[in-house]
Design a protein around this ligand. Sequence first.
Ligand SMILES: [Ca+2]
Ligand SMILES: [Ca+2]
Ligand SMILES: [Ca+2]
Ligand SMILES: [Ca+2]
Length: 504
Amino acid sequence: MKNCEIRISNFEVAGGAGWCAPASSQFEFRNSKFETGRGFVLIVVLVVVSLLSLLAVTQMLITRSESAASVASVGGQQARAAAYSGIVRAMALLKQSPNDLAGRSDNPQVFQDQCVSGSGADGWYFSVYSPNPDDSRQVRYGVEDENGKFNLNLYALVPATPPGMLTALLPDRPDLVDCLLDYLDADSNARPQGAEQEYYDGLPQPYHIKNGPLTSVDELLLVKGFTGQIVYGEDANRNGTLEPNEDDGDASFPPDNGDGELDCGLVACTTTLSYEPNTDFAGQGRININTPISASDLQSLNNDFPPETAKFLAARRAVNRPFKDVSELLDLQENLVDPSDTNPQTKGKPIPLASGITASNLAKALDRLTTGGVKIAGQEMLLGRVNVNSAPAKVLAAIFGDAQAAQKAIDERAGLSADEAQTPAWLLTHQVMASSGAFKVVGPYITARSFQFRLRSMGYNPASGRYCVLEAVIDTAGPTARVVYLRDLTGLGVPLVPPGREKS
Ligand SMILES: [Ca+2]
Ligand SMILES: [Ca+2]
Ligand SMILES: [Ca+2]
Ligand SMILES: [Ca+2]
């Protein structure tokens, strides 16, 4: 613009050096008729100073929030590390004392408020806990036996598994039973109330169904009809204890039946992670009764069992009718050709042969013999058997098909000797199973050992209130214990009241 002049003269700023011009600086903008004086300069300086102040304050706030985030992050990581310490403690204990049921399931001395660093309110601690089946109001400090639960993957891996076991765990919900069986089985033929891929293709967000084993029980939420209430029950915050909102009916979330007891849903009685090495109690390989027996195994067989057992097994192998489970040998007698028979009167003819396995040596048979397993990581394993020494009544009732027998089992197992507890044979010798026939029905689905354990571990610091909750499943079947499931439950709130703090 012509004839326009702006003249700024005698521009002075105290201190002069640095970001501003020196005191003697003179700026001249010519070609303008507009001329400003000292007032305008002051406004400009104030604006600049204000802007710079704002920048400084913003920078300070950013620095402070970064500092706070850093402290929070460090605290969060420390809480997580403390929670991990609980998992590692459990792994060590489970490997050291694999048969110490009381020591692993209810052991506050090892699992409650254990200090991992520091001391007093400033220290970092962990508590390892599980739902208490005898008291909904408080947890127990220890791990939960995953082998005491019913393995849903049996329906994917052993299609002959009776659906009645699942029906017992989902009473009055044949729709859920059908949908889950369809989700697990390999075929695409929908059951009457079930759903195969076609249904899931029609969802707003379609997804592929497994048609095979589930990775975790949480995956049930992907199956048609299954809700959080069915999978996790009334325990909305997953802490294993009953909160007021979990016992007030529909007054507040979650919906519950207000009966003063905590229903923990299917996660309390089902699993996808249970298996065991196919070895005897001493860790030795078992004798497979369906395959030819080596000379050393034959000697071992004859040491442990009467002579007719080896003869019976050889005769049975000759007719090529493999056993599905060792329990089939119990009180078994069949007309078979004895291949070792040299009597001209009977040679080559079927004669009554007995297995030699009775209630008195059933425990030995269950421990030493096998019908084979599946290979996992190079080791032969048995899948999904329920540990009758630790299973809750609901699971035993589903397996036995008999709630009274389940309760009798729970009453009897409290008084078992260590030797009796090594195999499920006590179900017969303690008359939980009324007959050999009844024992044989459940035989393929039971065990007396556990190798996978679920736990929740809370790492915390009383002074800051910072905490972290991890849920894990530990697998001890291999040479070293390992974590096969890990989930962060911190977002569900404080599960336990740490010493000196109120639960929020
Ligand atoms: Ca299917
Ligand atoms: Ca709860
Ligand atoms: Ca409620
Ligand atoms: Ca309830």
